[in-house]
Write a protein that binds this ligand. Structure first.
Ligand code: F6R
Length: 253
């Protein structure tokens, strides 16, 4: 299902509200979290919502999608650092319930197995938050990743390294590898929100809309999911066919 809003602010408010509703109805929920520019307004809204209506977060568990290999949590471009800055430092989460893949693990295969297993042991993800790469990746599952994949080490595509270069002082500093939750892990989430904003994502949104379920476009895996919502602003939806934008399936706010 597509949900299309006029502005990024409205997208952030809607997405944050979905997260708040989940926490309200299930204080012991297991949330799958993402990083990136798209999530910054979402986390700002979430924090604002929690300030206005405080909730007990002590039983909440979070698993982030991915982490760069070779960046310690203290590195300003690590995803752990991002999460601390944008969310974790502002909330009273139980630290032992906050999880990111360990980009510094010596035994990466073991760390990957343990990550998927830890999610399964808790009964799976109640809600998975996703962004999309300009090449259609979700998490760091690049094009041609098996839809049956579990947490794994990935070599980042040139496109992803260029896209993410904006967060680094020098393009050469962008790591070449990362650990990401697999597509199968993502598909097992009970509820999925794929959030996409900005004109620069309009092409991939249109490709996703027209695509079948195809490993060449990782986000198309979500078409197999019964409870996935694609949340767009009008810029990201700019190249969707008009009938989709005005289709009763899509709610235009
Ligand atoms: C981040 C992640 C990525 C991003 C995607 C979009 O944890 O898994 O899939 O969601 O690359 O990034 P932004 O929002 O920076 O365009």
């Amino acid at each position: 299902m597509y949900k299309i809003f006029k502005t990024v602010d409205e997208v952030a408010q809607y997405t944050a509200q979905r997260l708040l509703d989940k926490i309200q109805t299930k204080p012991e929920a297991v949330l799958g979290l993402a990083t990136g520019g798209t999530m910054e307004p979402v986390y700002a809204q979430l924090e604002k919502g929690l300030r206005q209506h405080p909730m007990d977060l002590s039983r909440l568990t979070t698993f982030n999608l991915d982490e760069y290999i070779g960046l310690a949590p203290s590195h300003p471009q690590s995803y752990r650092y991002y999460m601390d800055q944008h969310l974790f430092d502002k909330l009273s989460l139980a630290q032992e319930r906050v999880h990111l893949p360990d980009g510094m693990a010596e035994d990466r295969a073991d760390a990957c197995r343990a990550y998927s297993a830890a999610i399964q042991a808790l009964g799976g993800l109640d809600l998975q938050l996703l962004g999309i790469g300009s090449n259609g990746h979700i998490g760091f599952n690049e094009p041609q990743t098996s839809f049956a994949s579990r947490t794994h080490v990935v070599e980042l595509s040139e496109q992803t390294r260029i896209d993410n270069g904006r967060f680094f002082a020098d393009q050469r500093e962008v790591p070449t590898h990362a650990i990401t939750l697999g597509i199968q892990d993502i598909l097992e989430a009970k509820d999925i929100l794929l959030v996409i904003t900005g004109r620069h994502k309009a092409d991939i949104v249109a490709q996703l809309y027209h695509s079948g379920v195809d490993e060449a476009l990782p986000a198309s895996a979500l078409k197999q999911h019964h409870n996935a919502t694609i949340v767009l602003d009008s810029e990201a939806a700019a190249l969707l066919p008009r009938q989709e934008v005005f289709n009763p399936k899509a709610s235009v706010v």
